[in-house]
Design a binder for this molecule. Structure first.
Ligand SMILES: [Zn+2]
Length: 54
């Protein structure tokens, strides 16, 4: 089960862990699958690597 990908409008960093401290909750773009452009959030990647991505 994967979270959708979200990024703040006007930014290029995608988040995919809803427990990320920077998870966008307003004024964001959302995609159901891994985006093909932009960057992935380092905190989200760290959470995923630690098995702590929700
Ligand atoms: Zn993030």
């Amino acid at each position: 089960m994967a979270s959708p990908y979200r990024k703040h409008k006007g930014k290029d960093t995608w988040h995919f862990c809803s427990n990320c401290s920077n998870w966008p909750t307003s004024n964001y773009d959302e995609r159901p699958a891994k985006p093909t452009s932009g960057e992935l959030c380092n905190e989200c990647k760290a959470k995923q690597a630690a098995g702590n991505c929700k």
